[in-house]
Design a protein around this ligand. Structure first.
Ligand code: ADP
Ligand code: MG
Length: 330
């Protein structure tokens, strides 16, 4: 593909993240459907060109567990990255739609992510750096693939300059400033798997009220019109109480998190790691695997390659569960 922005027809938006937005587009000359990621980068032209050069490594990445890359180009002031479109979207969207994901499917997800991470590291010496449910995608053939890995050091720098990032999947050692290693990705995988199996972000403390963020936006923007119906006194009182609880800090998106970012980071560093609970609800091998992903000391934590040998992963590999049939249910 020789990609040019003029040849891409926007179909609709797929989602927005920290660094920009993703659109479903058609490459008109070939009729190929793609996902186009638009990243706003505040950097000099020379840096942009460097980023573009670094992204070309993605042309060499070829694995069933990694999103294919069609190409990238600069469209001032953005960098556009065109990749394989996954028609069932990301796993965060899927569990928010269908609820907690069956543990056997979660096992297949673990297997796919470990295969993807092992491929990236063994073949290209790439560390993913951003494993989370929204970067694990699924299609109607039942394939599971990872996207948005850190191929370009310059891109990572440019985005890090602009955004603090949702560091909620960050390992304790990363929060404390240690070097990124493949084991940091393993921590993020552990957190993500619990989230999928429980249907909520594991650090959330109580309710699973999803309206946190919008509520907060409401209180922050006075310019927003208020066409809401009149509320009863009791409703208002309840909401005040709720807000008081929340005003400790910015509510985090996802599963009713009500800790502030700082509280969450402190929690990850100081408290025992989350587990797949309640005990006995999930297969022992799944609990065991996730405990190994979430060892707080990175020296004790296994690498993706080691984890591929775990009993739960063996089990997932030989499992005959039909992911294509599963994907056809939503
Ligand atoms: P984030 O990963 O933080 O959610 P992104 O900007 O990377 O933010 O992606 C926004 C959303 O776009 C994702 O949550 C995902 O649902 C969707 N998306 C990203 N890449 C693809 C793709 N290749 N195919 C289909 N949907 C995608
Ligand atoms: Mg993403």
């Amino acid at each position: 593909f020789d990609l040019r922005n003029e040849d891409l027809k926007d179909l609709h938006e797929l989602g927005q993240g920290n660094g920009g937005s993703v659109k479903k587009v058609e490459h008109v000359p070939t009729g190929t459907i793609m996902a186009k990621k638009i990243v706003l980068i505040d950097a000099k032209p020379s840096v942009r060109k460097q980023i573009l050069r670094e992204l070309q490594i993605m042309h060499d990445c070829s694995s069933n567990y990694i999103i294919s890359f069609y190409g990238a180009f600069i469209s001032d002031p953005n960098i556009c990255i065109c990749m394989e479109f996954m028609d069932k979207g990301s796993l965060d969207g899927i569990y928010k739609k269908i609820g907690p994901i069956d543990i056997d499917v979660v096992g297949k997800v673990a297997l796919a992510v470990l295969e993807g991470l092992t491929y990236l590291y063994d073949v290209h010496r790439i560390i993913h750096r951003d494993i989370k449910p929204s970067n694990i995608l699924c299609n109607s053939q039942g394939q599971i693939k990872i996207c948005d890995f850190g191929v370009s050091g310059e891109l990572i720098n440019s985005i890090a300059d602009t955004f603090v990032g949702t560091s909620t999947y960050m390992s304790p050692e990363r929060i404390q400033g240690a070097q990124y290693t493949v084991k940091s990705d393993v921590w993020s995988l552990g957190i993500s798997l619990i989230e999928l199996a429980l249907g909520r972000f594991p650090f959330a403390d109580d309710s699973s009220d999803d309206s946190d963020l919008s509520e907060f936006e409401g209180t922050l923007s006075p310019s927003r019109p208020a066409p809401l119906p009149k509320k009863t006194k009791e409703q208002k009182e309840q909401e005040k109480k709720k807000k008081r609880r929340k005003s400790k800090g910015v509510s985090l998106q996802g599963g009713g998190m009500t800790m502030s970012i700082l509280e969450l980071l402190q929690h990850i560093v100081n408290e025992p790691a989350p587990r797949l609970t309640p005990e006995g609800r999930f297969p022992h091998e799944a609990e065991d695997f996730i405990d190994s992903c979430l060892l707080k000391d990175p020296d004790q934590r296994k690498t993706p390659k080691d984890l591929l040998k775990y009993p739960w992963i063996d089990h997932a590999r030989s499992s005959t569960i039909d992911l294509e049939a599963w994907a056809s249910t939503f």
